[in-house]
Design a protein around this ligand. Structure first.
Ligand code: C2O
Ligand code: CU
Length: 492
């Protein structure tokens, strides 16, 4: 379907407020089926949405002030996207399952949104109208942009594609003291690729629901690549800006697509933060690679382009290439002089001393075939349900060497921890240049084709059951996800 670009204005997701006067003042977030207009010329599209919004409302909190979120499943009984019944977990319940993970948070296991912690509306068992889960988020992380999204075993790609994703901002005093662009000059950009049928419904490639056992059927592991760019829920939006500096909090919430972001006039911009918060110093760049689930915090200066239109573009030609993402029109008059700055020193990131390393794990990313002869991707040669092998000791430091033996990139994410990227090597063991984002704290790192990336982290502050996985959701669902169990010294 042909949709004209830069017709709709960029929406800014609402910031949700907690409910007062009930115990713990929880935020209440309902998952509902509703209709959402992605483009002026598209009929409204059936979506699943947190609080009826695509993307979900933004949760904004202060560091070290814990909150509770009551997640309510008010979704219909059946999925409206094609479920592949042959993959792990897909048939665990005949009813729609959901669970929410706060990506990048260090939550207790009971609040982490483990893929097997899913819940349904539970019509039959309890007769209840819906069921809920209340999770506690400690907000002990540095100021940064986290995001919440569905994480249900075997259908994560479908639930997120249906609309279940939203932003979660943590603020702290250190960040507030910096002269960064603030208020209306700081915007989230949640980037996703989608495809639409002519009636406006979401298109997702289908698999037969009851595949004949002897016939090959489509594979999901090539990933999903849509042909429409959606930012904050609108297709190819535009945004009017003043000739001054802006701070953009970009989240790649796409199922599989990685972007190489650049501006149409090739102007440079500053990377000031990554998944785990501010960098120590800004890095001036002309383009940035951002894979699924990664966040970048950037400052862009439009002061030299009054009157112009500058397109945020994607220079990666993967899948079904999409060039234009959204437009910035520098058409607003400058309200007042721009006193914001790109400070030369932003923050301090504590190093993790190599002398503390307790264990080095060599873990491969490989492609194989499933029992139907379809391609399947694995972490360290093991499927999801093989016995747990990554069992670091609580508080211990480990290095993981992630060796990608495949021809495509994999954004690898660990729950609970942030890590530092030590280095990248090619398949001959030769050191490669690091990416700008490798200089920040990360929770997701892309291991590009045939690369080995070494990361270092301390497994704290909780023991228990978590996961690590590729964040291309089609890979994660089949079968690029493994348990990660953090042990206490006495439970070895
Ligand atoms: Cu963003 Cu395990 O997920
Ligand atoms: Cu992958």
């Amino acid at each position: 379907m042909e949709l004209n670009k830069f017709i709709d204005q960029l929406p800014i997701p609402l910031v949700i407020k907690p409910r007062k006067n009930s115990q713990n003042n929880p935020y209440v977030v309902r998952m509902v089926q509703t209709r959402h207009r992605f483009h002026k010329n598209l009929p409204k599209t059936k979506v699943w949405a947190y609080e009826g919004k695509v993307p979900g409302p933004t949760i904004e909190v202060e560091k070290d002030q814990p909150i509770y979120v009551k997640w309510e499943n008010k979704l219909p009984k059946k999925h409206f996207l094609p479920v592949d019944t042959t993959i792990h977990g897909a048939m665990d319940s005949p009813e729609v399952r959901t669970v929410v993970h706060l990506h990048g948070s260090s939550s207790r296991p009971a609040s982490d949104g483990h893929p097997e912690a899913w819940f349904t509306r539970n019509f039959r068992q309890t007769g209840a109208e819906f069921v809920t889960k209340t999770y506690e988020y400690s907000n002990r992380e540095r100021a940064t942009a986290l995001w919440y999204h569905d994480h249900t075993l075997g259908i994560t790609r479908l639930n997120v594609y249906a609309g279940l994703a939203g932003l979660y901002l943590i603020r702290d005093e250190e960040e507030k003291a910096l002269p960064l662009p603030k208020g209306e000059y700081e915007l989230p950009l949640i980037v996703q690729d989608k495809s639409f049928n002519t009636d406006g419904s979401l298109f997702y490639p289908s698999q037969p629901s009851n595949p004949p056992p002897d016939l090959p059927f489509p594979s999901i592991v090539d990933g999903f690549f849509g042909d429409v760019m959606v930012v904050n829920g609108k297709a190819w939006p535009f945004f009017e800006v003043e000739p001054r500096k802006y701070r953009f909090r970009i989240l790649n919430a796409s199922n599989s697509r990685a972007y190489l972001f650049q501006f149409s006039n090739s102007q440079s911009f500053f990377l000031i933060g990554t998944d785990g918060g501010l960098l120590e110093r800004p890095i001036e760049v002309q383009s940035l690679q951002v894979s699924s689930a990664e966040r970048i915090d950037i400052i862009v200066d439009f002061s030299k382009q009054p009157g112009e239109t500058i397109i945020l573009q994607n220079r990666f030609e993967l899948g079904n290439p999409i060039g234009d993402v959204m437009a910035f029109r520098v058409t607003k008059p400058l309200k007042e002089n721009d006193h914001s700055q790109v400070p030369p020193i932003l923050s301090k990131i504590d190093p993790i001393p190599l002398t503390e390393v307790k264990k080095v794990r060599h873990l491969t990313l490989t492609e194989t075939q499933d029992k139907y002869g379809r391609p399947m991707l694995l972490l360290d040669g093991k499927e999801w349900d093989a016995p747990v092998t990554e069992t670091p000791l609580l508080d211990s430091v480990e290095i993981w060497e992630l060796e990608n033996k495949t021809e495509s990139g994999h954004p690898i994410h660990l729950h609970l921890v942030n890590f530092l990227v030590l280095d990248r090597r090619d398949s001959n063991g030769k050191l490669k240049e690091r990416l700008p984002t490798d200089f920040g704290l990360k929770d997701t790192v892309t291991v590009n084709a045939l690369e080995t990336v070494r990361i270092i982290m301390r497994f704290e502050p909780y023991a228990g059951k978590y996961v690590w996985h590729c964040h291309k959701l089609e890979h994660e669902d089949h079968d690029m996800m493994r348990p990660l169990t953090i042990r206490k010294p006495d439970d070895q």
